[in-house]
Design a protein around this ligand. Sequence first.
Ligand code: DX5
Ligand code: ZN
Length: 214
Amino acid sequence: MIEIVPAILVKTPKELKQRVKEVESHVDRIHIDIMDDKFVPNKTIQPEDIDLKTDLMKEAHLMVEDNEKYVEDFINLGFDMLIFHYESCKDIPGIIKKVKERGKKVAIAINPPTPLSAIEGYLDDLDMVLIMSVNPGFSGQGFIPDVRTKIRKLREMKEDLDIEVDGGIKLGTAKIVAKAGANILVSCSGIYGHENKKEAINLLRKEAMMNSRV
Ligand code: DX5
Ligand code: ZN
């Protein structure tokens, strides 16, 4: 099954509420982008400003330096899945253990230049891998086609793993990543850039499903 997940990159609680409302009845999960202006040159809404009431599954994509602090904050906020970056994490086994002990799901994200070999040793302990198809920091960037190879290789290594892709996913690129083996597709401008969010989500899902390798 292919899942389409709206990416929410906002600065204020009001925008967050609005963006959730716009997609709430069309998806099962939302992806909240969190940036600290250190790991990436942009700053989003911070945990202390988040007050989210929704039945959707909530994942936090942490693009931050201090993974320990943010992981703790988002567990306390009731998020279901924590995604941290390989490139900024100083104690990967420690973070995985902490998230699991608190009963939440855990995923590692890797930037376009980071090879799969960097995370190979952790695959059995993860609920998902996020392959970034842009360099994190901003929405609306162009999809980096080279990441196809990484997705394909990872799917060959792990038949049942959830493989999420984030960055530049819209009609035209959704089929590329689905064909390579991704099963969870994150999109911001590919959804929020359209007047009719429901239709944008359904079209993305249809394109991905028609080309899905899984
Ligand atoms: C990139 C973020 C993405 C971003 C996606 O730094 O992690 O989730 O919001 O935006 P689009 O889909 O517009 O590339
Ligand atoms: Zn993201």
